[in-house]
Write a protein that binds this ligand. Structure first.
Ligand code: URA
Ligand code: SF4
Length: 219
């Protein structure tokens, strides 16, 4: 007898893997990612926010997940955090136009709260980050960056594992193996931390100083 009992996929089966095309460039990846149902985050978000930028870039930047503006516009780092990031990059000597920018998770996760039921960012779970990992792996294989800039704890955990601590590992060149390939990385805080901090200027200067380490590593 047909039954739906037991057919629900276990939660740890969340993965983007079956949606990732085997070949094709950025356009093919972006089109496929638009259809991703690899975890439940696609259900409430407006659209997939895939990475964007120069696929020949020497540097690939990884944030957490799209924010409200990014979810509406379909591009990463177009809101306040993105403007601050561009300013910090330029100040550190990295041309924001010569980077590839993406997020560990490609759909906006939020709760609604307050009188206008504003959408408030909610941190993605480890399971969601892991589910979305195949997209990040595909982007890394496409861009083959000389350096990866890790923006904040979520991106750090997605790339380097759950023991990653931004306070301990920021501002230095890390040599790691990621998805079976050697990679050089520089971690720093998430730019939105500099928007929220009491001492914004000091936090911003810390971001710039870490990005200068990245700029020097690029030579
Ligand atoms: N924060 C992120 O981590 N990514 C974005 O794209 C925007 C804000
Ligand atoms: Fe797919 Fe990632 Fe969106 Fe989940 S968050 S549905 S894995 S693109």
């Amino acid at each position: 007898m047909a039954t739906t009992k037991g057919t629900k996929a276990p939660e740890d089966a969340y993965t983007a893997e079956p949606f990732v095309p085997e070949r094709g460039g950025l356009t093919a990846l972006r089109e496929a990612a638009a259809e991703c149902r690899g975890c439940p985050l696609h259900q409430d978000a407006t659209q997939t926010v895939f990475g964007n930028g120069d696929t020949d870039a020497r540097v690939l930047l990884v944030g957490e997940q799209p924010g409200d503006q990014e979810d509406r516009q379909g591009k990463p780092f177009v809101g306040p955090a993105g403007r601050l990031l561009d300013r910090a990059l330029a100040e550190a000597g990295i041309d924001p136009g010569q980077t590839y920018v993406t997020n560990a998770v490609k759909h906006f996760k939020f709760t609604r709260s307050g009188p206008g039921k504003r959408r408030i960012h909610k941190a993605p779970s480890l399971r969601e980050m892991t589910a979305c990992g195949p997209w990040l792996a595909a982007e890394m294989a496409l861009v083959e960056p000389e350096l990866i800039v890790v923006l904040g704890a979520t991106a750090g955990k997605a790339l380097l594992g759950s023991s990653f601590r931004v306070t301990k590992q920021r501002g230095m060149v890390l040599e790691e193996e990621i998805h079976g390939r050697p990679a050089r990385l520089v971690a720093t805080i998430h730019p939105s931390a500099a928007l929220r901090a009491d001492d914004r200027e000091a936090v911003y200067q810390g971001l710039v100083s870490d990005l200068k380490v990245a700029a020097r590593a690029l030579g």
